[in-house]
Design a protein around this ligand. Sequence first.
Ligand code: 5GP
Ligand code: MN
Length: 344
Amino acid sequence: MLTGKISYSEIDRVRQLFEQCRNVVIATHSSADGDAIGSSLGLYEYLKKKGKDVRVVVPNYFPDFLKWMKDADQIIQYDRHRAQAKMYIERADLIVCIDLNEPKRMDDLAEPIVQASARKLMIDHHLNPDRFCDVTVSYPSASSACELVFRIIDSIGGLPNLTKAGAEDIYAGMCTDTGKFSFNSNDPDIFIIISELLKKGIDKDKIIRNIYNNYTEGRFRLLGYILSQKLKVLPEYHAAFFTLDRNELGQFSYIKGDTEGVVNMPLEIKGTKLSIFLREDTEKPRILCSLRSVDDFPANKMAAEFFNGGGHLNAAGGNLSCSLDEAVEIIYRALEAYKDMLQA
Ligand code: 5GP
Ligand code: MN
C-alpha cells in the first residue's frame, strides 16, 4: 500500500525493540508542538494497547490547544516533575526520542535521557541526526514524525492495534507540521495514510477546529497588533519580519503557544519568500527566532549561519543571546547575505 520509505532492517530492529520492552518512556523536544505531542501520544496509544507501561515526558510546557488529545493530561512535564520523570527514565528499558535529532533539543531533559541505561530509539525527520540512540529512524523527507510513527506501526503489522485516539494524534501532527497540508505534503502516501486514519473513525474536521479554532482572545488580538503595528515588509528582499518583546507579550496576556504559526502568515503577502519572527523568551534571557520560507529558499541554512540554529528547508529556528535590537541588525545582515537567492 505505502511505499517502503523506512528500510527493512530498521523496521526489523524497531519490531524487536517493541517486542522486548516492558517499560517505555517517550520523550520529545522542548516547547513541544503538534507533531511532537501527536507522535508521542500516537506511539503511546499503540504501545499501551500492546500491554506496555508507557510514559510520555516533555521538557517543559506545551500549548493548551493540544490538550484535547486523549491522555494529554498524563504527560509528565520535566521542569515541574523532575523526580517523577527521572524515576520513569531510570526504570525504562526503552526510551523513544521523537521529533528531535539531537539531545540538546530536550534542554534539561537531555542529561537523564542520555545517561539512562535503557535502549534508545530515535524517530525523527530533521536533518543531520546525532547518533546517540541504538536505533535511528531518521527520514528528513517525511512530512512529520507522526507520518513515521504511522509507517512504523503499519510496517510491523500493527495497524489493528492503533486506536482511534492514536489515529487522532497522528492526524494532528501531520496536519500541524504541514500547515494543514499546505506545505511539505506532496507525497501521495500522506493521503493514503489519512485515508487509513479516517477508517479508524477520526473526525478530521473536528481535529482541525480543536487545534486552530481554539485561540484565546489574547492571541487573537496579539495577531491583529502584529499585523497592523509590528510587521515590516521588505519587498526589496522579498522578505518580511516582526519582533515581540516581553512587554508586548505581557500586554496581550501571552501564554506559551500564543504565537504558534503566526510566522507563516507574512508568506501570504504576494512575492514574499521568507518570513522571520523574533521573540524575547519569557523564561531565559535569549531571543527565540523562527524562519519560514517557500520553494527552495534554505531557511535552515540561514538559521544555522545567522541565528545559531537549524531546521528544515522551509521551517527553521534558532536562538540568540543578544538584545532584540541587535537581533534585528542580524536579520538585515542575513537578508543582505542571501539577497541574490531571495531575488531569484
Ligand atoms: P519553530 O519556528 O516552530 O520554533 O521551529 C521550526 C523548526 O526549526 C523546528 O521544527 C526545528 O526543526 C527548527 N528549530 C527551531 N529552533 C531551533 C534551534 O534552536 N536549533 C535548531 N537546530 N533547530 C531549531
Ligand atoms: Mn516535526
